[in-house]
Design a protein around this ligand. Sequence first.
Ligand code: 3PG
Ligand code: MG
Length: 397
Amino acid sequence: MTSFRTLDDVDVKGKRVLLRVDLNVPMEEGRVTDATRIERILPTINELASKGAKVILLSHFGRPKGQRVDEESLRHVLPALEHHLKRKVAFADDCVGDAAAAVIDAMRDGDVALLENTRFHKGEEKNDPSFIDEVARNGDLFVNDAFSAAHRAHATTTGLAAKLPAIAGRTMQAELEALESGLTSPARPVMAIVGGAKVSTKLELLGNLVAKVDYLVIGGGMANTFLAAQGKAVGKSLCEHDLAGTARDILEKAKAANCTVVLPIDATVAQKFEAHAPSHIVSVDHVGAEDMILDVGPKTVAHVESLLAKCKTLVWNGPFGAFELPPFDEGTNAVAQTAARLTVEGKLLSVAGGGDTVAALNQAHAGQEFSYVSTAGGAFLEWLEGKALPGVAALQG
Ligand code: 3PG
Ligand code: MG
C-alpha cells in the first residue's frame, strides 16, 4: 500500500479543515438524480465534525471554465447535502475572499460549511499560486476525499496539498485500497465496457485500454463514432465524424494487441431524444437518415452477455444508451443485471466507475451486487491505465 497520512494521523480539534470533496453530481431540473458521491463523503465529514474540526467543503461542479454560471452553482447541491448529512450546512457565495472569510469566521468547532464552486475561478484549473494562497488562507489542514478529481492537477487537488499539511480522507483511502486490490493484477479474461457521451475524451483512453483487456466493448455515443469510421450511416446520432481516423487507429491497435473490440450489432433508434419517444430496433447497417441511435439492441446485449460469461474480471465505465430516458436504458439494465448475477455467483469480479455509470447501475438495481463501484470517471480510467494521478501523488509527497 502506498503511503499517505490518514485521519488517524492528525489532531483536527479546533482546526479549519479544507476538505476537498467531489460534489460534481448528476442533476435534472434542479434535483440531484444520484446522490452516491454525497453518500460517500459523509463518513469523512462526520468524523471530522465529531472530532471538533471546522469542516470547510471545497468542490468543483461542472465545467464553468472560470466564469460564474448559475446552473453550476453549488447552491443547487446544498439541499441534498444537508438532507444526507442531516444537519445545517453554511454556504459561502465564493470559495475565496470576503464571502468565504465571513462564513468561516462564524464557524464553531464541529460546524460544516460549503464554499461555492472552485471552478468559478480560472486559478482553480490553472493551479495558480496566488489562487492557491487565497484558498489556503482559510485552512490549517487539507484533507482530500475526492479520488474522482485526482486526475486533475488543480489548485484544490494538488496545489493545496503542497501548501498545507495534506491528508487522505476516508473515501480516498477506501477507494485506493479497493482499486489496488481489485485491479493491480486482474484475473483474465478481462472485459472493459466503455460507453457514455464524453466521446472525444475517452477515445484516447480506449487506445490505452486495448493493450490491457481481452474484450473492449464500446457503447454509447462513442460507438457511433466507430460505426461511422467503418463506413456505416448513423443518421442523426451523436457522432464525432472528425475522429474517424482515431477510431480506425484504435481498431488497428486492438488487433495488434489481440484485444477483441465489440461494437453494437443492432440499435434502438428514435427520431426524438426524449423518454418514450417512438422507437424501433434496427441492424447497425440500416440506421435511417433521420434516426438517432439511443441504445444497443437485444442482439448486441446477448452477444456481450455470452462473452461476459467467459470473463473473470469486468471493468465498466459509461452506459450503453441514453439510460436516463426509458426505454433507452434497457441495454444497460440487461448487461448490468447479468454482471451483477455473475458477481453474486462468484464467477466475476466486477468493478465499475463513473458518475453516470453509478447512476445507471443503481437504476438497474445492480450496483449493490458489483464487487466495487467507484464514483470516479476519468480518474477511474486513468488509474486503470496505470497512470499516476496527480491528486494522489500530491498526498504521498
Ligand atoms: C468527474 O465527474 O469525473 C469528476 O468530478 C471530474 O470532473 P472533470 O472531468 O470535469 O474534471
Ligand atoms: Mg470527468
